[in-house]
Structures are given as structure tokens and as C-alpha cells.
Design a protein around this ligand. Structure first.
Ligand SMILES: *[C@@H]1O[C@H](CO)[C@@H](O)[C@H](O)[C@H]1NC(C)=O
Ligand SMILES: *[C@@H]1O[C@H](CO)[C@@H](O)[C@H](O)[C@H]1NC(C)=O
Ligand SMILES: *[C@@H]1O[C@H](CO)[C@@H](O)[C@H](O)[C@H]1NC(C)=O
Ligand SMILES: *[C@@H]1O[C@H](CO)[C@@H](O)[C@H](O)[C@H]1NC(C)=O
Ligand SMILES: *[C@@H]1O[C@H](CO)[C@@H](O)[C@H](O)[C@H]1NC(C)=O
Ligand SMILES: *[C@@H]1O[C@H](CO)[C@@H](O)[C@H](O)[C@H]1NC(C)=O
Length: 345
């Protein structure tokens, strides 16, 4: 009796799943498109048609996603969760969505993302994380997103973005980064170098405007001259410090503090981009110029003195042509003196 009842209810549920659409959604069965947008939904509807390929859940009130949230729709290719209230995602929320190509998580309240979250999304082409509250992104994803072409993280709280994360998106063509809290110190150098290469290869991006430090506030990261760069100091071989033990790239998830970076502990200002102090060889150059100037001056004075002396001597000889004769003929020293002393020069 009990078993029969269970079987019956099971059959009814199966029939409903096969033929019905969730209450608040509109199902276009021919195109495998289910539209549940703007329905004040607080969670994912449980009875989605299993063949769904495009699911619109935007403009709802969904706060969190449990593990395997989309288990019932394994063929999903486009998922729109834009403009919900998502503040937490279970690390396995998207597990099983191995065909997902477009994921829109824009306009939510996500504070960070774990690399685990994206492990199963190997087919992803477009990922929109814009207008959230994201302050950390994973350093690496484990394996590359070979097919990702659009990556949007504009309007978040990012201070840093690791070059290694971008390296795992070899085909990305469109990258949106503006309106974050970019901290233009040595840790952002990898991003600058990566972006220069990206743009050179024809990639399209918006601007990375520095929010700190004061030296570069309001400046475009790409327009800061290379000469003013300071690469990060190499990790000190100090075995006592716990900081030096963990190269951050070895970890999948970055719990990197926005205030204190792991390598910045010993030298908090050492890695800021700063105009370099005047180099020692410039000071040498100035010294050389001064010394050369003095030497030249002395030489010139000596030459002038020599010239004046030469002229005077020449003038005297010219004015007193009979000097040697006079000396020989008339022994009158006084006459010669009178004659020559009074002569105009
Ligand atoms: C976000 O969704 C709400 C309904 O939940 C809607 O009233 C609002 O207009 C949407 N905002 C945008 C920018 O689409
Ligand atoms: C997601 O929904 C928004 C509207 O809230 C729309 O503008 C956007 O095009 C949708 N994206 C996708 C990929 O369907
Ligand atoms: C995601 O949705 C927003 C609107 O909420 C839209 O402006 C944006 O273009 C969508 N992103 C993608 C990649 O379709
Ligand atoms: C964003 O995150 C900060 C903490 O990092 C928190 O104080 C703030 O309330 C969050 N804002 C939103 C809109 O969730
Ligand atoms: C990228 O897309 C191609 C073509 O759709 C597909 O064959 C390939 O498996 C995808 N790459 C990954 C890592 O899934
Ligand atoms: C950063 O380090 C300074 C001292 O070096 C400490 O006073 C401050 O609380 C730290 N901030 C964070 C967020 O750890």
C-alpha cells in the first residue's frame, strides 16, 4: 500500500517535470529557453525542464546558491543571474554545468570568488562579474579557460589582479577593469606588462585608473612610464619569517590582504612606484661639469694674461724700434724710459 502510493506520487512528479514549467517562469520548449526573470524569486525554481539551455533568472532576489544548484539542468549553456542579491556561492554551486558558455553574475553583492567555483566550467566563453563587491579574485584557476573571450570585473573593489589569472585566459579579447580600487604598487606591474602585450595583440580593454598610492592617484596604469617602475623586491631568504615561506602563486585561492601584502611586511613602502632618486651617475656628471668649468676658466684666464702680456710686449717693441740700437749707441736709460713710458698703448 505504502509502496504503491510512493510509486504513484513518483510518477506524478515525473509527469509534472516532463510537461510543466515552474509557476513563475515562461518556458519556450522549442528553443529550450526558460525565462524566470523579474519574479521576486528567492531561490532557483526546483522544477526546471531538464533540457533547458538558456535560463534567465535576472532581476530577482536570489541571495545564495547551494552546491549543485543547477543539477537539474545539465545542458545549460547560458545562465543569467544579473541583478539579484547574491552574496555567497557554495564552492560547488556550478558543478555539473560542463556546457555552460555564458555566465552573467553582474549586479550582485559577491565579496570574493574561489577558484574551486569555476573548476567545472571549462567551456566558458563570457563571464560577467561586474558591479559586485569583489575584493579578491583567485590567483590561478588550476586549468586554463581556453575558450574565455569576455571577462568583465569592472565596478568592484579590486586592488590587485594577478598576472597568473590573466595568463589562464589565453583567448580573452575583451577585458573590463575600470572603476576598481587599483593599488598601483609593484604588485600591479604584472598586470601592466600583461595589458601592454594584450593591447599590442589587438585585445580591447577599458582603463585601469590608480586609486592609490597618492603618487599615482587618478593616473592610468598604462601611462605610467616604465622608467618609474619598481619591480617587487625578491623574497628575502629569511627562514624565520612566515611570510617568505609561501609564494602566493602556489595557492589556488588568494586570501591576500588588501592592506598588507605577504611580501610587503618588511618594507611597506619599498615596492611603491616612486620617481627614482637622482641617480649617482647624474651627480657625477654634474661634478664633472663643474670641475671642467673651473679648469677651463683658469686656462682662459692664463691665456688672457699671456695675450695681454704678449700684446704689451709687442707694443713696447713696436714703439721702441731703436731700443737695441740705442742700447748699443747712446747709453741713455732715462731717455728710453721717457719715450716708451709716455707712449699710448
Ligand atoms: C533589478 O531588479 C529589480 C527587481 O528585482 C528591478 O526593479 C530593477 O529595475 C532591476 N535593475 C536593473 C538595473 O535592471
Ligand atoms: C542578462 O540580463 C540582462 C538584463 O537584466 C540583459 O541586459 C543581458 O543581456 C542578459 N545577458 C545575457 C547573457 O542573457
Ligand atoms: C550581463 O547583464 C548586464 C545587465 O544586467 C548586461 O549589461 C551585460 O551586458 C551582461 N553581460 C553579458 C556578458 O552578456
Ligand atoms: C562590500 O564589502 C564590504 C567589506 O569588504 C562590506 O563592508 C560592505 O557592506 C559590502 N557592500 C555590499 C553592498 O555588500
Ligand atoms: C573550446 O571550444 C572548442 C570548440 O567548441 C571545444 O572543442 C573545446 O573542447 C573547448 N575547450 C575546452 C577547454 O573546453
Ligand atoms: C598592516 O600592518 C600594520 C603594521 O605593519 C598593522 O598596524 C595593520 O593593522 C595591518 N593591517 C592589516 C589589515 O592587517
Amino acid at each position: 500500500m505504502k509502496g504503491e502510493l510512493l510509486l504513484l506520487s513518483g510518477v506524478i512528479v515525473l509527469l509534472q517535470v516532463a510537461h510543466s514549467c515552474p509557476d513563475k517562469c515562461h518556458c519556450h520548449t522549442s528553443s529550450d529557453f526558460v525565462d524566470c526573470s523579474q519574479q521576486d524569486l528567492a531561490e532557483i525554481p526546483s522544477d526546471l525542464p531538464p533540457q533547458t539551455r538558456t535560463l534567465h533568472l535576472q532581476d530577482n532576489q536570489i541571495h545564495q546558491l547551494p552546491a549543485f544548484a543547477f543539477r537539474s539542468v545539465p545542458w545549460l549553456m547560458t545562465l543569467n543571474l544579473s541583478n539579484n542579491s547574491l552574496s555567497s556561492l557554495a564552492p560547488q554551486a556550478f558543478d555539473g554545468l560542463q556546457h555552460l558558455q555564458v555566465l552573467n553574475l553582474s549586479q550582485n553583492a559577491l565579496p570574493s570568488l574561489e577558484s574551486r567555483l569555476f573548476h567545472s566550467l571549462s567551456q566558458l566563453r563570457e563571464l560577467d562579474l561586474s558591479s559586485n563587491n569583489i575584493s579578491h579574485l583567485p590567483t590561478s584557476l588550476g586549468k586554463p579557460w581556453e575558450n574565455l573571450t569576455i571577462f568583465a570585473v569592472q565596478q568592484n573593489q579590486l586592488q590587485q589582479l594577478d598576472g597568473a589569472l590573466l595568463e589562464s585566459m589565453p583567448r580573452v579579447r575583451l577585458l573590463f577593469l575600470k572603476d576598481n580600487l587599483w593599488k598601483c604598487n609593484c604588485h600591479l606591474r604584472g598586470l601592466k606588462l600583461w595589458l601592454e602585450k594584450f593591447i599590442y595583440k589587438g585585445g580591447i580593454t577599458d582603463s585601469v585608473i590608480c586609486r592609490s598610492p597618492d603618487t599615482w592617484k587618478g593616473k592610468d596604469l598604462l601611462k605610467i612610464p616604465h622608467e618609474l617602475y619598481r619591480p617587487c623586491p625578491p623574497p628575502a631568504p629569511d627562514a624565520g619569517s612566515p611570510h617568505t615561506q609561501q609564494p602566493s602563486s602556489a595557492h589556488g585561492v588568494v586570501p591576500r590582504s588588501p592592506e598588507n601584502h605577504s611580501s610587503g611586511g618588511r618594507d611597506p613602502l619599498g615596492c611603491e612606484f616612486k620617481p627614482k632618486p637622482r641617480p649617482a651617475n647624474l651627480r657625477h656628471a654634474i661634478g664633472t661639469v663643474i670641475i671642467t668649468g673651473v679648469a677651463c676658466g683658469v686656462l682662459c684666464l692664463m691665456m688672457l694674461a699671456a695675450a695681454v702680456y704678449g700684446c704689451t710686449y709687442a707694443a713696447i717693441t713696436a714703439q721702441c724700434p731703436g731700443r737695441s740700437a740705442a742700447r748699443a749707441g747712446e747709453p741713455g736709460k732715462t731717455d728710453r724710459k721717457e719715450l716708451c713710458d709716455g707712449s699710448p698703448a
